[in-house]
Unconditional design. Sequence first.
Length: 743
Amino acid sequence: TASGLYYDLLFNPAGPEFNDGRLNPFSDRKIREAMNWLMDRDYLNQEIFAGGGLAKWFAITTQFPDYADLADTARELEAKYAYNFDKAKEVITAEMEGLGATLNADGKWEYKGSLVTLILIIRNDSDGTRIPMGDYTATQLEAVGFTVDRQYKKGSEASPIWIGSEPKDGQWHVYTAAWSATVLDRDQSNIFQEMYLNSSAQGIPAFLENVSDPEFKKLGDDLAQSNFTTVEERHTMMARALELSLQDSLQVFLIDGKQFTPYNKDLIATADLAAGIEGAKIYPFTLRFKDKEGGTVKWATQDLFAEPWNPVAGSNWAFDKGAIQATSGSDVMYDPFTGLVWPLRIEKADVTVKEGLPISKTLDWVTLETSPEIQVPADAWADWDATTQTFIPVSTKFPEGTTALTKTVVTYPADMFQTVKWHDGSNVSVADFVMALIMTFDRAKPESAIYDEQAVPTFEPFIQNFKGVKIVSTDPLVMEYYSDLYSMDAELIVPVLWPSYANNVEESSWDFISIANQAEAAGELAYSVDKATAKEIEQTSYIGGPSLEILAKYLDQSIADKTIPYAPTMSAYLTADEAVARYEALKAWYTEHGHFKIGTGPYFIDKAFLTEKSLVLKHFADYPDLADRWSNYAEPKLADVTLDGPGQVKIGEEATYDIAVTFKDEPYPQAEIKLVKYLLYNAKGEIVTVGEATFVADGQYQVVLPADVTSKLEAGSNKLEVAVVPFTVSQPTFTSIEFVTAP
């Protein structure tokens, strides 16, 4: 099973009126907040998931480490926002009246003489759970006076509406959303920005449209940008963000689900604790039959090609990414059990951080040092001039010099440019890395020929923290990276400098980016759905559709013109003849396979059939690694926890509870346990005290509730909850025991 799948309601925040004058209630933050009281999460979990999920209020994942750290705050807010139909109706009524709506004789909301009809997009594919979830939502909304238009659609049918339309056009009000984690996230500091704010890396129109409370906007951006100096400060900020996120409620989270993976005894594929198999970055690198080489795997998934595929701003659907990830390489590999990273193409990384920051390291491939000050070299690249198509050095952007909180020196293998190949046979080159750096900046610059407003909200927080990058050597490739953004794990500070795009999810060669850029500059294609919709042109797709003919035209033109993209910069890393060789290799690939999708991963897309929604992945013969390179990931060491103690406690007397922590019936070593935390609740469900259990021996811990604590309890049923957080897996285990108190 995997714990990274979760379900929610996403609201269209545009308004208060749409372009045609209709009222949008969900432009009102208080109405969105009230939706938390309107939804009975426990009912949904029992009726739809047979109790197999977890009620969810927050963007942070219940089974990830941050929830255990914030459990006391989370539990208090969960109690505050528990199902309360009357409160929801009271708030919604007051806000609707404030917006100028009235209830008619039938108890239905009207605005300017027309019924307030909510368009609810209900997914009818996926795992089937969103149909009853959507129907329940509609029923609840109808119960508080709304008229609801239930529209049942597959993902590929819904996407053009909730992603592809302009929010102010009002084609939808509510969408039954679900998200899937691709890694086990040890640090969810960025989750509030990602899931609520208009600076979200999602880049989806509804997010860009959201106007959040200024305190929440600043707090979410500060957390995403690591604007804290201690663990305690971060904890306080995260706790406040939980509270403010419920007041914002661009999304109302409902269920943390369990993703079940069918087991085939003859097939080996490593599952990520969060992402399962299809969403995991590691699965393509471990997929193999148990006792033989080769063979064919038939893979069934929910959908394919819901949106156009392109590496910069294309489809982000989990089922599309499952195939795309099989074709892609990267600098690093995410550990499927801890969420840390291991080197995939990196030789080593040396991290230096400013003294006093709460940063540590776990793995030996990274070195970690501290320094009282980190000066950024004057000749490092600090920004990009889209007019001259050259990087702006630190000496120009920061004439007085500048410092950074972190410095990372990334060294790549000496033979990388000979051993790592694109699927069309071309060797990976320095030009691929430089193109990726350029694209980090260029789309967000108004002077650029490919400027896209969609790129600006994510670029702004990046550039606030970015201090510089420097290519120290090209043989071997050595790069220095300076930033004020950091993680508390040194391994996760290491920047992704590999030629990856779309939030470091998908790689691309410089030559494809070049022809796609030319098509966009000519106004014929656009990477993002936002720009394509606004310009009424095709969204770039390298896999099929009208884009292919346009891209092929610019490929032929590039061969004829010997085009070096961004020549003032790229010509230092690329000759005209080398450029033509790349373009010709890509053309030969397109001629044979009928698409432009190439990567460096273990599989390539042989053929794609968009109408039939199927594709064929084949093993890439020139992939340099063996299938068993990552075979050490067999079984995650998830802790089993039992809690034992008295079922009845006298108020004002001490009570002791014993905790047993095991794995496969053996004591869990104390050296592998990060935290054993407890929370005591009284009969009203209020938290009385929070603390850490006392270590007794390997696998044994104890919670002693002193007399002065039990004296605060009233007669009734109380609960002691324990959270165990290991180092070996970044997934806490919760358990609890109830006991009765009496005088």
